[in-house]
Design a protein around this ligand. Structure first.
Ligand SMILES: Cc1cc2nc3c(=O)[nH]c(=O)nc-3n(C[C@H](O)[C@H](O)[C@H](O)COP(=O)(O)OP(=O)(O)OC[C@H]3O[C@@H](n4cnc5c(N)ncnc54)[C@H](O)[C@@H]3O)c2cc1C
Length: 290
């Protein structure tokens, strides 16, 4: 793991709710995986050029004693080249990251870490389904660009309004549907879309399914694929990207008994299979009302 310092070089408005910000940085190496993500470290004061950068330590990082902790959020690398990266920010109400992006300008600085990709279409699989809301759109767009046209792709994107549509890659192998729902303005229709798509599969037809969006809606899709339809973990990737009322969620999480928090963290070491760990983790969170 490495920690980088990145400087904004340009800001482009892509839609009513999406802004692309280009950063210059040295030594960053993309994994090339379409949904690779990084942790962004934001300014801890009003000075947009002053970042309290953590120190890399093995696979993680730490802030030294007495050092201010930079607020951290997770974002996708939309594109990367020699000495630059692009990140597409959803502009929503509230939030350190969204507020920062709303007024970002050349010269602003952020910290970030080395990227990790999660998308893993099985070798030889020639069909995939991508389901996401606005937060997953940057990754879905990059996945469309990086998937060969021998792979039939069905994309369902949930956006808050028609003005949030952006231009996406097209081709005879790509079918894109836009839904106006979710994104904090209405209940998510992604669970319904997942059910309609899986109901329509023929015997033995098994596309790779990649899903990113609001966590609670995604839990329903995970239950459908894993519990009801008994899909193998290699056939899907479901990643919760954001939580409604995140402030209350974080407060509730922080207020948990330290032993419960430790138990939750240790889960990831207790299981070799990350899906089994996720089953237990999500059941425990649901039980705790989180
Ligand atoms: C692997 C991964 C990749 C991601 N990639 C991207 C990306 O490329 N672009 C991107 O914009 N986001 C992305 N996200 C989602 C992003 O991390 C969250 O939306 C994050 O909560 C934003 O932080 P914030 O400081 O703006 O808001 P927070 O402080 O987390 O929340 C403030 C308030 O805003 C609400 N809120 C947060 N996100 C949204 C939203 N999207 N819509 C409506 N309300 C919201 C919260 O519920 C809360 O009430 C990704 C998340 C993950 C896990």
């Amino acid at each position: 793991m490495r920690i980088f310092e990145a400087t904004v070089t340009s800001v482009t408005t892509l839609s009513a709710t999406l802004k692309r910000i280009r950063f210059a940085l040295d030594g960053f190496e993309s994994t090339g995986v379409g949904d690779e993500y990084i942790r962004l470290f934001f300014p801890h004061t009003a000075d947009r050029r002053n970042i309290s950068l953590p120190t890399a330590e093995g696979d993680s990082w730490r802030f030294n004693e007495g050092q201010p902790e930079a607020p951290m959020r997770t974002y996708t690398i939309r594109d990367a080249g020699q000495g630059w990266i692009d990140i597409d920010f959803v502009i929503h109400e509230g939030g350190i990251a969204a507020e920062w992006a709303r007024s970002a300008a050349a010269g602003d600085r952020l910290g970030l870490n080395s990227p990790t990709g999660l998308y893993e279409r099985p070798e030889g699989c020639t069909e995939q389904v991508l389901l996401c809301d606005l937060t997953g759109l940057p990754a879905a767009a990059r996945l469309l660009e990086t998937t060969p046209d021998t792979v039939r792709t069905r994309l369902v994107v949930e956006i808050p309004d028609q003005d949030s549509r952006i231009t996406l890659p097209t081709g005879t192998h790509i079918k894109t549907d836009w839904l106006i729902a979710g994104n904090g303005i209405a209940p998510s229709l992604l669970p319904e879309a997942a059910r309609t798509i899986t109901d329509g599969l023929s015997q033995g037809q098994r596309p790779y399914m990649w899903v990113a969006g609001q966590s609670a809606a995604l839990r329903q899709i995970r239950k459908l694929l894993r519990r009801e339809l008994k899909w193998s973990a290699r056939d899907y990737k479901i990643i919760g990207y954001w939580i409604p009322n995140a402030e209350t969620w974080r407060e509730k999480y922080e207020a948990l008994d330290p032993a419960i928090k430790e138990d939750l963290m240790k889960l990831w070491d207790r299981f070799d299979d990350v899906e089994e760990a996720t089953d237990v983790y999500e059941a425990k969170l649901e039980h705790l009302g989180l």
